[in-house]
Design a protein around this ligand. Sequence first.
Ligand code: SF4
Length: 364
Amino acid sequence: MKYISEFRNPELTKKYLQDIKDTVTQPWSIMEVCGGQTHSLVKNGILDLLPKEINMIHGPGCPVCVTPLNLIDKAVHLALEKNVILCSFGDMLRVPGSKKSLLEARAEGGDIRILYSPLEAVKIAEENPEKEVVFFAVGFETTAPANALSVAHAHKKGIKNYSILASHVLVPPAIQAVIDDEESKIDGFLAAGHVCTIMGTSEYHPLSEKYKVPIVVTGFEPVDLVQGILMVVQQLENSKAKVENQYARIVKEEGNLEAKKMIAEIFEVDHQFWRGIGEIPDSGYVVKEKYAQYDAVRKFDISIEKVPENPDCISGLIMKGIKKPYECEQFGIKCNPSNPLGAPMVSSEGACAAYYHFSDKVEV
Ligand code: SF4
């Protein structure tokens, strides 16, 4: 249990909470960027234990939530209209597209498979040469190395019937977009430890320096989060703004160099559309021209009409930290995990699902 039990220690959690109370002298708004951090904060009741001066704001860090509606429609189209075995992580299946989810497409006969690794999809492609196999490659910097590796693997083995439908989003440009948004007033950030495990902490220094905001990289256990919040509060109270690494047991300044090399081989940075938020410059990875044959968008003719989002769902405001899930009029009424109107109610990292499952703030 080493590295888990210590970071779930209630006494240590209480100590850091007390330290926060002893340190804070004025209101501060702190955004936890990642949905995994949101879930841990809500699930462990930390939001209710923080002093009233600390307002935790939930950020855009749920890759499933920000995968564009149009791309889900493309995945549904591929699964139903083309000779495709569509492979995906499980979280994507129940996310609503404009007409149907992948789960509904599967019920209509689409060959849609839930996998834990894109390398399994490459194997399926090898075993099914008469079919095209597409992996729905969503995620932050965390999943990019494995998705890139699957392309490299298929290329090396000469597999021609494999491609990825890529929707990779990058965290630092999203933080910048949140800071630049006039409606959001964030004093400091908790950056996601797993992303920094791959990318390191160096990307955050220019942001912290330019905008004079503290950015503390944290893990996901209760002790990680309260210690990270304390580190942000200490900086704010002392008029400091720098990058600190609470998750030093895992995260190195330079990140994982092998993983970064693999990403750089297959992907390049480009503009990316974030569901509910809009286009953010240089905030995604696309497949390089050299590997175009493994890019499902280039490989298949998928022209799908773009349709507007469900106007009842305010997921964009929630992911930008402007509203809390319980401030959505549909929360727990028309929208719940059995009948989600938006991705944040479906995803295991979605803020709406976190509040629905773990918060007693709202009667549902
Ligand atoms: S509660 Fe449902 S409708 Fe409201 S923002 Fe969340 S996902 Fe969208």
